[in-house]
Design a protein around this ligand. Structure first.
Ligand code: ATP
Ligand code: MG
Length: 142
């Protein structure tokens, strides 16, 4: 049965360290279906736009530099309660607070380089999916 969607990125640090395969395996084992995926790299402008909500934060420029520092994997994941269940699977933003068995606990290097992104609402999941993917690139729209 079709579920809701969430948007994830495997961030440049985790990609560089070769954690893509194990992270995708955790995503699969947790019952998510990948309905779109690509290897890409964010330009400075794209990273600024994606994280525009954090523009006023002291970490914004550093975050934008990091997020545009190398390749990422972007993917749309489908599951019932996709947003909440994926936030559960990735763990707390700060890996020091992330629970055992979560993606960030296993693969985050720091608060900034925290391995993966996960959408925080259904509305943002749809906006973020559209940020990366044309409808023709999503198997649920084919
Ligand atoms: P994401 O949106 O990447 O899934 P999140 O929703 O858990 O993460 P946000 O509050 O949206 O957390 O922060 C976006 C990203 O900014 C974090 O994932 C992290 O990479 C970075 N970040 C957040 N707070 C800090 C901070 N205090 N110092 C440095 N980087 C931070
Ligand atoms: Mg967020």
């Amino acid at each position: 049965m079709a579920g809701k969607i969430t948007l994830t990125m495997i961030k440049p640090g985790a990609f560089r360290k070769g954690h893509t395969g194990p992270i995708l395996n955790m995503i699969k084992e947790a019952g998510f279906r990948i309905i779109a995926m690509k290897l890409t790299k964010l330009s400075t402008k794209q990273a600024e736009e994606f994280y525009a909500i954090h523009r006023s934060k002291p970490f914004y420029n550093s975050l934008v530099d990091f997020m545009s520092s190398g390749p990422i994997i972007a993917a749309v994941l489908e599951k019932e309660s996709a947003v909440d269940d994926y936030r559960q699977l990735i763990g707390a933003t700060n890996p020091e607070n992330a629970e055992e068995g979560t993606i960030r606990k296993k693969y985050a290097e720091s608060l900034e380089m925290n391995a993966v992104h996960g959408s925080d609402s259904d509305e943002n999941a749809n906006l973020e999916a559209d940020f990366f993917f044309a409808k023709s690139e999503r198997t649920d729209c084919m």
